[in-house]
Design a protein. Sequence first.
Length: 263
Amino acid sequence: MPANRTGLRLTVNAVSHRYGGLQVLQTISLTAEPGEVTVLVGPSGCGKSTLLGIMGGMLAPTEGSVTCAGDTPDNCLNPLTYVFQDFSLLPWRSVAGNVALVLEDRLNRADTDARVAEVLALTGLTDFAKAWPRQLSGGMRQRVGIARALAVRPACLLLDEPLSALDAQTRDLLLDEFSAIITAAGTTTIYVTHNLAEAVRLGHQIVVLSRRPGAIRDIIRVDRPLNGRAPTDPDLIALEQRLWRMIRDDAATAERERIDVAS
């Protein structure tokens, strides 16, 4: 799969969102650059998944807008594609059959087979093409989900905690593989996570949201290639600790305000 560094640029313009009377997001503005990974982190309930849904067009913001600029590849079948926490594999389809599902009625049989073979090779699943989902580990099932998303050659990939259902060891092992997959695919990526180690390993920019209503507390650039970001890198460890302090301080402020109100 050739790298696509001229894909979509997503710009969030002063977006706010409410569910009824509950303010979830407050005046969010940011830009996700083509071919980069933008990671959204912040306290639970700060609106990360809501913002992802707005960026992907699944939700209309109460205020503000999201604009897309740039070219999509000629062979792009779906410009914006999601990967969720749930693997969502069909148990009666093989690995190859699950990946091919998104290509049916879009490509002929020969092109479908070629595309499936391409993304299975990219995600290290070639030898498991005929396996059933029940025969796979959790990490491998999630790789199938990622392969299926990449099969449509999206201009932007949106991921909502895709590794959160995995145990810590499997998740850590997948991070290097996932970095390589994203680098090879070259698509613009928006990634929501609670895991700060994931954020520093995968993000070109890390957007830190405050507690609800979610507002941008900081945007941190990590200007180094995704490949080769080691979990023992002292700079990445320091960045992870910095992110943790921001989120911890936010939680401490919320607790003080709760106590003040109660008293």
